[in-house]
Design a protein around this ligand. Structure first.
Ligand code: AGP
Length: 371
């Protein structure tokens, strides 16, 4: 009923709008009186964690994209090599696992068979397993050495939204926690990032305030056969996630690319009127922003219609953006928390306009309990 959905037409839309709260909840109580980070259930000693010399993140679908962001964050903060692997591929390639490997399994449901089988394999090799999960007491956390719960509340829509954002939060917290234990970052540096995370619910709210602009865009794109998504750095997994949302819900061909990869092939797809969403990185000391802008220039010169997500004050993007949606100014590593939101809104609205069942897309199940 509409009441269960808080007046929204779909659970998915309700869950998109719940994200400020969900992110705030997943950050709640993570610091003790002394200001040190503490996680839900970490049955691994500091000593065991200090010995970790490699992290392998395993997950499927949207959770896999959260894992890609985790790689950027954990490597940056902890200087430990991180691999990200699709759970369904993991066991079949004889992965190198030792007692010093931390396997991080990300699963909203905690019941995904591919992910479960992957952690069972990791445990036979004596690796440590930490689960990032949204369902208390589900199988994956029960079979892990440690758990960070995402505290998003039940997610009913088959398409993951608040599940994804809170997985990102858990990944950041894990990275910061490992940095704290390993001493790879100063405590005040860690505290500063946690402070920035605590500002994210308000930033997500700001992005949600632009829903009408995104819905207007969705109306224009009913009937489009294909949509591309470009990103770089932490914006690359966001591009992949935007494409997945559109495939799942609107059943249209969509692909995400790392913007630097365009010239190696995908740019051949670009034709008159092709919609391309561009996740523009914040302006910074590196060349990331400039390179993204020149990539956008390239596709636009070939006729693409560019829809850019760019931070407040970024004027360099204006000449190349056919549509411009503003994001709050946040650090590049945290940008997925705001950049994913318009893409969720877009997929939800486009699918609604096309008459699809947004909460239960064809051929899909909320938790995939078969391999
Ligand atoms: C997301 O919108 C999907 N429906 C799907 O990709 C999902 O993320 C994947 O099946 C993994 O599920 P899990 O997080 O419950 O393990």
């Amino acid at each position: 009923s509409a009441a269960e959905k808080d007046g929204h037409d779909w659970f998915m839309r309700k869950e998109i709008f719940e994200q400020p709260r969900a992110v705030a909840d997943s950050l709640l109580g993570r610091r003790n009186a002394a200001g040190r980070l503490q996680l839900d259930e970490v049955r691994l000693s500091d000593e065991e964690l200090r010995d970790i010399d490699k992290v392998i993140v395993i997950a499927c679908g949207t959770s896999f994209y959260a894992g890609m962001v985790a790689k950027y964050a954990i490597e940056h903060w902890c200087r430990i090599p991180v691999e990200v692997e699709l759970a369904s591929e993991f066991r079949y390639r004889d992965p190198i696992l030792t007692r010093e490997t931390l396997v991080v399994a990300i699963s909203q449901s905690g019941e995904t068979a591919d992910t479960l089988q992957a952690i069972r394999h990791a445990r036979t090799q004596r690796s440590k397993v930490l689960a990032i999960c949204n369902s208390n007491g589900s199988t994956i956390p029960r079979e892990s050495d440690a758990v960070i719960y995402t505290h998003a509340g039940p997610e009913i829509g088959v398409a993951s939204t608040k599940g994804f954002l809170t997985q990102l939060v858990a990944c950041y917290l894990l990275g910061l926690y490992l940095a704290q234990v390993k001493g790879t970052r100063y405590n005040d540096e860690i505290a500063q990032v946690v402070d920035q995370l605590e500002q994210m619910p308000a930033h997500i709210e700001t992005v949600l305030g632009q829903a009408d602009q995104v819905y207007a865009l969705a109306r224009e794109f009913v009937g489009t056969p294909s949509v591309l998504f470009l990103g770089r750095h932490a914006g690359y997994p966001v591009a992949l996630e935007g494409a997945l949302k559109l495939k799942e819900l609107a059943y249209i061909h969509a692909e995400g690319f790392a913007a630097g990869e365009l010239k190696h092939g995908p740019i051949a797809l670009v034709d008159d009127g092709l919609p391309i969403w561009c996740v523009v990185p914040p302006r910074g000391r590196d060349q990331l922003h400039e390179k993204m802008v020149s990539g956008i220039q390239e596709v636009r010169a070939r006729g693409a219609r560019t829809i850019c997500l760019a931070e407040e004050g970024d004027t360099a993007i204006e000449p190349y953006a056919d549509e411009l949606i503003r994001l709050p100014k946040v650090p590049v590593l945290l940008q997925p928390l705001v950049a994913a939101v318009p893409l969720q809104l877009f997929a939800c609205e486009l699918a609604t306009l096309m008459g699809h069942d947004v909460d239960m897309p064809r051929n899909l199940a909320k938790s995939v309990t078969v391999e």
